[in-house]
Design a protein around this ligand. Structure first.
Ligand SMILES: *[C@@H]1O[C@H](CO)[C@@H](O)[C@H](O)[C@H]1NC(C)=O
Ligand SMILES: *[C@@H]1O[C@H](CO)[C@@H](O)[C@H](O)[C@H]1NC(C)=O
Ligand SMILES: *[C@@H]1O[C@H](CO)[C@@H](O)[C@H](O)[C@H]1NC(C)=O
Ligand SMILES: *[C@@H]1O[C@H](CO)[C@@H](O)[C@H](O)[C@H]1NC(C)=O
Ligand SMILES: *[C@@H]1O[C@H](CO)[C@@H](O)[C@H](O)[C@H]1NC(C)=O
Ligand SMILES: *[C@@H]1O[C@H](CO)[C@@H](O)[C@H](O)[C@H]1NC(C)=O
Ligand SMILES: *[C@@H]1O[C@H](CO)[C@@H](O)[C@H](O)[C@H]1NC(C)=O
Length: 271
């Protein structure tokens, strides 16, 4: 394996509350297949790209772009979680601008996940093609009635995917009643370089990893460079921001119920 995984296992329940987590990377995936040398053209392109994406992403929650010319061109994207305000997004990207280049020193490609935003860059043009599950986190506690939990969770994540994939923000969050006094809260999101179809495929691939990584767990996250999902039994996202009307502009994608084959997760940890 030519990639290096660094994954902080220090996520605690505290990080579930909006705005309370320190803005440090929670996971870093370094692509060590191709390296640049110190003070190279690639390094300066990368620095300019990180700085430009970090400043342009907060306005809409997403930015993609390139810097430099082939063979030293860098491709990158920057995204904030869909319920996060531009101010909070800018705070997250202040950390990205400060820390990202040090995350994978010398490597031409990396994905760096923070709690509320992430950055992906590469020397290859990856726009529009999705990268699925890269990291898994799960709650150590199990749901009380796993068959019912799984049925409701599957329905919730499927519904959220159908809403998110064709939406402008490629984002959806919502909840379903589990018992009379407990809800399951879910959030799904893709990067906006993906088409509705690729977003749908990316999220369905991550959903299909849940039975493998996190069966019956009361909460989990599946993080990928192009899409991510999370569910918990507490409202971990900003419910009113998630409910903001953002009418879909692209035609809806019919649900694809066939699941891709399960894959081996790259890394795991506790929520
Ligand atoms: C890239 O650099 C890393 C050290 O950061 C090294 O382990 C790896 O072998 C290098 N890869 C190549 C293809 O030279
Ligand atoms: C890179 O540039 C810095 C500052 O100009 C210099 O201190 C350093 O020695 C250079 N590194 C290499 C490997 O050339
Ligand atoms: C949750 O379930 C898994 C397997 O289904 C088991 O290994 C684990 O010990 C359970 N955790 C708790 C806290 O009961
Ligand atoms: C999914 O959406 C359908 C149709 O809107 C609805 O009937 C169902 O209750 C939803 N399921 C969940 C788990 O949210
Ligand atoms: C962003 O990604 C899309 C693919 O979805 C691509 O067409 C577009 O050129 C990219 N934008 C920039 C500035 O590179
Ligand atoms: C939640 O979102 C709403 C609407 O976007 C915003 O007014 C509010 O300040 C947000 N709350 C937090 C805690 O971010
Ligand atoms: C549904 O998804 C499967 C697996 O990802 C894929 O092979 C199949 O072509 C998809 N079908 C449609 C109609 O998109």
């Amino acid at each position: 394996m030519a990639s290096l995984l660094l994954c902080s296992l220090m996520l605690t329940m505290v990080s579930l509350f909006l705005g309370s987590a320190a803005d440090a990377p929670i996971c870093i995936l370094c692509n060590r297949n191709r390296n640049y040398t110190s003070n190279s053209t690639y390094q300066s392109s990368l620095g300019r790209l990180i700085s430009s994406l970090s400043s342009s992403a907060p306005a809409t929650g997403f930015a993609n772009g390139t810097a430099g010319e082939v063979p030293d061109r860098v491709y990158g994207l920057a995204i904030c979680r869909g319920d996060v305000s531009p101010t909070r997004c800018a705070e997250c990207f202040a950390s990205v601008a400060r820390d990202a280049a040090a995350g994978c020193p010398g490597n031409k490609g990396a994905t760096i996940f923070y709690d509320l935003c992430h950055l992906l860059y590469s020397d290859q043009d990856f726009f529009g093609s999705y990268k699925a599950s890269e990291f898994f986190f799960w709650n150590t506690r199990n749901a009380s009635d796993v068959p019912t939990f799984n049925r409701l969770l599957g329905g919730l994540l499927s519904n959220l995917t159908i809403l998110a994939a064709p939406s402008e923000r490629r984002f959806s969050a919502g909840s379903v009643d589990f018992t009379n006094f407990e809800k399951i809260y879910g959030l799904v999101q893709c990067t906006r370089d993906l088409t509705a179809e690729s977003c749908d495929a990316c999220l369905r691939s991550e959903i299909s990893d849940i039975p493998w990584c996190c069966d019956g767990r009361k909460g989990a996250r599946v993080l990928g460079g192009s899409c991510h999902l999370r569910y918990e039994m507490s409202p971990f996202f900003n419910v009113s921001a998630a409910a903001d009307p953002q009418p879909p502009r692209l035609p809806p994608v019919p649900a694809n119920t066939s699941m891709p084959p399960a894959r081996t997760p790259a890394a795991g940890g506790k929520v």
